[in-house]
Design a protein around this ligand. Structure first.
Ligand SMILES: *Cc1c(COP(=O)(O)O)cnc(C)c1O
Length: 347
């Protein structure tokens, strides 16, 4: 057997309850971009619905439509990568909530034949400059949105932004811009029902950022921030772990088949340990699909070794910190061709 990525759906459910409690009374929007952070979209969305998650953050329209198929008609599904008219049409057809951060999309909406009003969440650029309407263009965007609302083409459902979560001072400045933008919407007689600007870190640490919805990806999957609080402090746990099989034992060491990892950085070689029946052993070298471990007596082909994540000595963020990146970077290296095994304790 080759490598397996085991995802514990009960641990995921416990994280969902923890996130819900941490961000209350705001609602948890579960972010499921990148195939649910490489855990597998369908089982993750299915379990989240069963645990009472109502909002999903799907990133692009195609993923949003897929979440709609899995989650059913009652879920609210927010997408924020919208390319143009085709995406707008597909998004409205799938009953998605559309994050609009570009005035051109408001122009596009004005020219479309829609069966129902588009549910728009206008994005104010509060300093990240990824997308979002610049503060100096905000009034013009509100005017255009008000016209779309008056024509029955749109409902202004939300106002949102994305913050860096890198420093409290930057986030405070972003929040001030956000609150001013919302105030301007009220003055323009637009009353969005939902405000949202925080992701995992600010959603947990800073109550004033929670607003109505908190878009939480990483912490839902038990991925802690690099250089930040521990899983224990956050009350979350890793939900997935990579298990690999010993393929050979020779003078060079114990060889492991890692399966297909989009290049787990070879710079990790020599820098972390895995547990073996005889205690921790160093991972001496890492290649694209295989690793070599320091030997132990009794090592034999077929032995299974927990390499990283749940059940292993090192989590994805522990590995990330060794090479100056973030846990999501490591988690997303587990390619879709590595088989996933979904574990449910009381199945
Ligand atoms: C990825 C993403 C999130 C989730 O961030 P986490 O730190 O993983 O919780 C929230 N909002 C937007 C716009 C994102 O792109």
């Amino acid at each position: 057997m080759s490598a397996v990525y085991r995802v514990d759906l009960d641990a995921f459910a416990r994280n969902l309850h923890r996130v819900r409690e941490a961000v209350a009374p705001a609602a948890h929007m579960l972010v499921v971009k990148d195939d649910a952070y490489a855990h597998g979209l369908e089982p993750i969305v299915t379990r989240a619905v069963a645990e009472g998650v109502h909002w999903f953050g799907a990133f692009d329209v195609a993923t949003g439509a897929e979440v709609r198929r899995i989650a059913g008609p009652d879920a609210r599904i927010f997408v924020w990568l919208i390319g143009g008219s085709d995406d707008l049409l597909d998004g409205v057809a799938a009953d998605l909530d559309l994050g609009i951060g570009d005035e051109a999309l408001l122009h596009d909406l004005a020219g479309l034949r829609l069966d129902r009003p588009a549910r728009v969440h206008l994005k104010i650029d509060t300093g990240l400059h990824r997308n979002g309407i610049r503060p100096e263009r905000w009034d013009a965007a509100l005017e255009r949105t008000a016209a779309l609302v008056a024509e029955g083409r749109a409902e202004l459902e939300g106002i949102w932004s994305h913050i860096s979560e890198a420093s409290d001072a930057d986030d405070d400045a972003a929040r001030a811009l956000f609150l001013a933008a919302r105030e301007a919407a009220h003055e323009a007689d637009l009353s969005p029902r939902f405000s949202h600007l925080a992701a995992s870190a600010a959603g947990f640490a800073r109550g004033e950022f929670r607003e109505d919805l908190v878009r939480v990806g990483a912490f839902s999957y038990g991925i802690r921030p690099a250089g930040g609080p521990s899983e224990g402090e956050l009350g979350i746990e890793p939900i997935a772990g990579l298990t690999a099989t010993v393929t050979a034992v020779d003078a060079a060491g114990v060889h492991l088949d890692l399966g297909s990892l989009h290049g787990l950085p070879s710079s990790l070689g020599g820098r972390f340990d895995v547990d073996t029946p005889e205690g921790p052993r160093r991972v001496e070298a890492i290649g694209p699909t295989a690793a070599v471990l320091a030997p132990w007596t009794g090592a034999a082909p077929g032995d299974e070794i927990a390499v990283f994540g749940r059940g292993a000595l090192y989590g994805v963020t522990d590995l990330a910190e060794l090479i100056g990146t973030i846990g999501e970077e490591i988690a997303l290296r587990v390619s879709p061709v590595v088989p996933r095994a979904f574990v449910v304790a009381n199945a």
